[in-house]
Design a protein around this ligand. Structure first.
Ligand code: GTP
Ligand code: MG
Ligand code: ZN
Length: 294
């Protein structure tokens, strides 16, 4: 067989091996060409020489668009914020922080209210009522009943997505359901890379039947704020933007100012109290961080 080269994406690294997937969904177990010294991440686009037998050699790493940490993945375009209707009831604080982080990192966020087979908690009702109407991408789903699965597959087609959300919200279950139908096509290789026996430990991108790659992440509930200016924070709250015209000052941070369109929207009930309070909690952290590195 003559060697040929192709473009592919690293979907998993383990013990010196890189598993790279081409456009057709074929996975090659690859090694780095010895002269390549740079650190290669899951999500990196690479050019490999195909050796046959589903093996390859990585010749070149293509320029990265971005890189996120925790999990460490390159070229991420989307974040799926997975919360459950109940068990556990969603934390609005975590939702607002994850939304901020998504926008801050230039990722497209999708709010996914999972376990839609369960009766909704109070916090879940608020999410349903406010976030879709305020312009956020929003989907209801269940990894158990299959509701919303096609919509998520469509949203993720052509994207590199990470899942984020609290422990127990059903991320791994959802991912398993999303990946169904793919086993047949990649059975041989997938048993090799341990698909199905996934434990949220390795950084791994899972291919979906509609194209698109998703990484599972372990659940988390605390997120540190990055070092940003207090004046920048509100720009990552897109729902506040339609009210800022009524702010007295152009650089209003919607905090202690007297004449503020965002605070007026809060009083009129157009922005939920939780959303505003979560903004203020983040703002206060950003302000105290500013002080700590002055
Ligand atoms: N009722 C209901 N339960 C679900 C659903 N999806 C998952 N579960 C249950 O919720 C629990 C947690 O599911 P996981 O998929 O492990 O949650 P996770 O978000 O991956 O949790 P971490 O890996 O700890 O972050 C399990 O007991 C699942 O059986 C669902 O759609 N409906
Ligand atoms: Mg999990
Ligand atoms: Zn304001």
């Amino acid at each position: 067989m003559t060697a040929h080269q192709l473009n592919s994406v690293i979907i998993k690294k383990i013990a010196g091996f890189y598993y790279v997937q081409d456009d057709e969904g074929i996975i090659y177990e690859s090694k780095l060409r010895g002269k390549l010294k740079q650190k290669v991440l899951t999500g990196d686009r690479v050019i490999i020489t195909v050796l046959g037998d589903n093996r390859g050699i990585i010749e070149q790493v293509l320029p990265r668009d971005n890189q996120i940490l925790r999990p460490s993945i390159a070229n991420v375009t989307m974040v799926l914020i997975v919360l459950s209707q109940d068990r556990p009831a969603p934390s609005l604080m975590l939702l607002d922080r994850l939304l901020f982080l998504g926008y801050y990192n230039g990722l497209q966020p999708i709010v996914i209210l999972n376990k839609c087979d369960l009766p909704e908690s109070q916090a879940a009702s608020l999410i349903k009522e406010y976030y879709p109407a305020a312009g956020f991408n929003f989907l209801l789903s269940s990894g158990k009943t299959g509701c919303g699965i096609e919509e998520i597959r469509e949203a993720v087609a052509g994207q590199v997505a990470v899942m984020a959300g609290p422990s127990g919200s059903g991320k791994s279950t959802l991912l398993n359901t999303l990946g169904e139908g793919l086993e047949l096509r990649t059975q041989e290789v997938s048993s090799k890379i341990g698909r199905g026996k996934h434990t949220t430990r390795h950084v791994q991108l899972f291919p979906l039947p509609t194209g698109g790659l998703i990484a599972d992440t372990p659940g988390f509930s605390v997120i540190d704020m990055p070092k940003i200016s207090r004046k920048k924070l509100a720009s990552y709250f897109p729902d506040f933007q339609s009210y800022t015209e009524l702010c007295e000052f152009r650089d209003c941070i919607h905090y202690k100012e007297r004449l503020c369109g965002v605070k007026q929207a809060l009083e009129a009930g157009n922005i939920p109290l939780s959303r505003y309070n979560n903004y203020i909690a983040m703002l206060e952290e950003v302000i105290s961080l500013e002080r700590s590195y002055k």
